[in-house]
Write a protein that binds this ligand. Sequence first.
Ligand code: HEM
Length: 511
Amino acid sequence: MLFFLLCAVLIPVSWVILYRLYLHPLADYPGPLIGRITDFYSVYHCLKGDRYLDFLDLHNRYGSIVRYGPNRLSFSTVDALQAIYGSRANTKKAYWYDTMTFYMKVPSTHATTNKVQHARKRRILAQALSDRMVHVYEDGFTKLLKSFLQRYDTPDAEAEKEWSSAVDISHEFMLMCFDSMGSFCFGESFGSLLDPQKAGILETSLEGFRGLNAIGHMPGLSWFQLEAMASSTARALKEYESYAANLALKCVEKFSQKLVNKERLSCVFDILYATSENPGVEGFSLPELQSESSLLVTTGTDTVAGSMANLLFHLLNHPDIMSTLTKEIRETFSDTSEIRLGQKLNSCKYLAACIDESMRLSSVVGGCLMREVGPGGITVDGHLIPQGVDVGVPHHVIMRNPRYYDAPLEYRPQRWLPTETSTEKINIARSAFCPFSIGPTSCVGKTWGLVESKITLAQLLFTYDLREEMTEDERNLSVIQRLKNRERDSVDRFVITSKGPKVRFRSAKSA
Ligand code: HEM
């Protein structure tokens, strides 16, 4: 009996393995043995939190095309970037995105795989996040930023007279960006700078997403109930769902009050709701608004906070670049109140180059944004990829590809400056630059993300001198080794989060 049972399991399993290794349409593409056999390979790296580092390793080992799942290919070229994500790409968001509906009843814009529905939702979201609206939100943000900057205006008498005590800047930026998303999207700061416990929901959501991220890679896993598989993930997601749903309900109530009091519509949610009420527009239903809220609470928090912390890491590790940037900012502005959207901020070309270079080298979106090939297939790098295959270009892999960037592991803002680099080289670098992704599913909050980063960093460097707190051992390492250590300690849960750097502040006036 046991023998028959074993045969009943082993024969089909062996057949699947042999098929995937030798007969599958993707059988000729190189990749790790386990990955070519099972998607558990991706699940493992998602749970471990090192998926983006694994992609770097895979492309180093196997070249520009890697088969990392039975039905999945990863690419590393500009041709692939356009063919997979470009405006005319014959692809759609892959199954992975459907997994998000495990915790919200209807998919948010980000999780919508149906192209027509995605375009409908995105049109509304794009109005709420338009350049014009960014100007409306700027006032509220600069007020918040003022109280954020005041936190470091307290020299630590114990340590050294004029320097503040050291803070983990990743954590500090996380609190600030969380509060900023509160006022920007929902009309009221979440208050976490005053009471950091209020940001507890962020950690809850991130842990929930680590579970979802993993399940999304292996559709078969979703046959089991999430509760049975990972009760802590299920609990975290339920908690997050009800947080976002209540937030949306409160905003709907406030919106009605605003109409009665004839107040200005002043946050993203107001615009989403108002646009939805326009005649002739298939607007967001209440469950959809709740789902969008769940997206907005986190999407502009860990991305912007992580990007700004990465930038400070690079600046603190390159004192010459830090000093050039500080000089540019202090010579352009004469007071923090001047550091706002406008011509002066736009004139800070070195600031823009420092931000771009940090986003290139240390993109906060990890892994590989998966797209499913549509009917008729697509041609990528001269290969015909059949319908149904999941394809993607991992950000770190393309943005460190030596084909597009000299010395790709080095932090060099000058590669983006026409005064220092030829137009031809800049154009090549731009063609592979994709921290916000590209095409119709790219980041719809890009303008705000960049505005928030620029104003914050310019005000921070205008107000303070910064110094990194390091151990003697860390000080003895090369800059690239410090970067590698930071990456080794980071966690990729779709968005990559890192700790530190630990920063001390000194008022620029006392220098
Ligand atoms: C430095 C900051 C940011 C980075 C690097 C970033 C990056 C990205 C990337 C790579 C995507 C594509 C994800 C995918 O295809 O699965 C994306 C999508 C998205 N981002 Fe951002 N983002 C940032 C800030 C923001 C902000 C501030 C907001 C909102 C205010 C935002 C809202 C969104 C939304 C709603 C989507 C989904 C778009 C769609 O599916 O059409 N992001 N972002």
